[in-house]
Design a protein around this ligand. Structure first.
Ligand code: NAD
Ligand code: TYD
Length: 357
């Protein structure tokens, strides 16, 4: 089996669903169920013996040791993180704890486990660390896109904590030989995206007739990738990536935030017209995010050249699927917004380790 950390979050839950749609290899899913973790994302796997969920923290070394000894995963795919830049500005401590201390603890547990494996299992073992393009800092309008050798220049507490975790992963390869892989991906969007991030926030606010807050002048640029394309990239790197290497993953979809919000509004005008008028009437420019990076752009030629991966979706196809998914899942949105899912989880998993095998 494989061990997935953070498999109840946005990308992690998409990955678990995608993995089990392509393979019968079981997934051990370790997630602390913070505000961003939502087991309803995995409702379709209820009763499926290929999915084993464990409510626990990657900072808990004893738990990690027990899980690795009991399940002997052949690979670890590490998504668990604090992931929201705005939250990192208001409360960086949780980002240092999970992203730095948590990755360190997981690396140490993985190293102990890996060193005790027989030689053939040691050679096949992989630790895949999922990271972000934000570690490279901010680009000017004419700068070339980030390659894997771009200097690390993180600007937010979030990106600094992810950069620190990337450095730890690199060091565990060079110092101990742990067979690691790192992926640095651009902004994802798609189903199960928590509505505090740009695209889902705009969809749910528009449907509720609330303002659509655009930071600054809306001209900051991101490179958007449909989440299922990110999942296929991770499967590809896990299967065929060269140990110790990093791979940039992007969607070749650079757009300004204002373009993104206008696209969402236009799709909603088509799919769920509002009698009060076009949704773009709700666009509201608000105070900019402190230290707001101007532009991210990924050069994904290495993963294409070496591993043959390319995104399947264009932004036009991916955003249409995403808006349609939110229109089709009002109950998921309502649960996330009401906090009802957290109450449900408190009943299901009253204490950490409750489900530890
Ligand atoms: P998310 O915030 O939606 O999910 C994070 C998950 O990790 C949640 O389920 C949460 O409960 C869990 N978690 C948090 N702290 C934990 C801990 N201490 N122990 C165990 N589990 C814990 O994040 P996401 O958007 O799905 O991002 C997943 C990964 O991908 C992160 O490492 C992030 O840095 C990276 N990434 C995200 C994006 C993006 O656009 N969302 C882009 C590039 C890279
Ligand atoms: P976000 O989804 O938080 O991702 P990240 O900061 O990791 O790129 O934000 C994407 C972009 O959208 C970023 O430039 C900030 C901007 N933004 C807004 O303009 N308004 C919002 O309400 C949010 C959440 C983000």
């Amino acid at each position: 089996m494989i061990l997935v950390t953070g498999g109840a979050g946005f990308i992690g839950s998409n990955f678990v669903l995608d993995w089990l749609a392509h393979s019968d290899e079981p997934v051990l899913n370790l997630d602390a169920l913070t505000y961003a973790g939502n087991l309803h994302n995995l409702d379709s796997l209820r009763g499926d013996p290929r999915h084993v969920f464990v409510h626990g923290d990657i900072c808990d070394r004893a738990l990690l040791d027990r899980l690795l000894a009991a399940h002997r995963p052949r690979a670890i795919v590490h998504f668990a993180a604090e992931s929201h830049v705005d939250r990192s500005i208001h409360g960086p401590a949780a980002f240092i704890r999970t992203n730095v201390q948590g990755t360190f603890t997981l690396l140490e547990a993985a190293r102990t486990h890996w060193q005790a494996l027989p030689a053939d299992e040691q050679a096949a073992f992989r630790f895949l660390h999922v990271s972000t393009d934000e570690v490279y800092g901010s680009l000017g309008p004419q700068d070339p896109a980030f390659t894997e050798s771009h200097p690390y220049q993180p600007n937010s507490p979030y990106s600094a904590s992810k950069a620190a975790s990337d450095h730890l992963v690199r060091a565990w390869f060079h110092t101990y030989g742990l067979p690691v892989l790192t992926t640095n991906c651009s902004n994802n969007y798609g189903p199960y995206h928590f509505p505090e991030k740009l695209i889902p926030l705009m969809i749910v606010n528009a449907l509720a007739g609330k303002p659509l807050p655009v930071y600054g002048d809306g001209s900051n640029v991101r490179d958007w990738l449909y989440v299922k394309d990110h999942c296929s990239a991770i499967r590809t790197v896990l299967a065929r990536g060269r140990v110790g290497e990093t791979y940039n993953v992007g969607g070749c979809n650079e757009m300004t935030n204002l373009e993104i919000v206008r696209t969402v509004c236009a799709l909603l005008d088509e799919l769920r017209p509002d009698p009060a008028g076009p949704y773009s009437r709700l666009i509201t420019f608000v105070k900019d995010r402190p230290g707001h990076d101007r532009r991210y752009a990924i050069d994904a030629r290495k993963i294409e050249r070496e591993l043959g991966w390319r995104p399947a979706e264009t932004f036009a196809t991916g955003i249409r699927k995403t808006v349609q998914w939110y229109l089709d899942h009002p109950q998921w949105v309502a649960q996330v917004q009401s906090g009802a899912y957290r109450e449900w989880m408190a009943t299901q998993y009253p204490s950490a380790h409750a489900k530890v095998a």
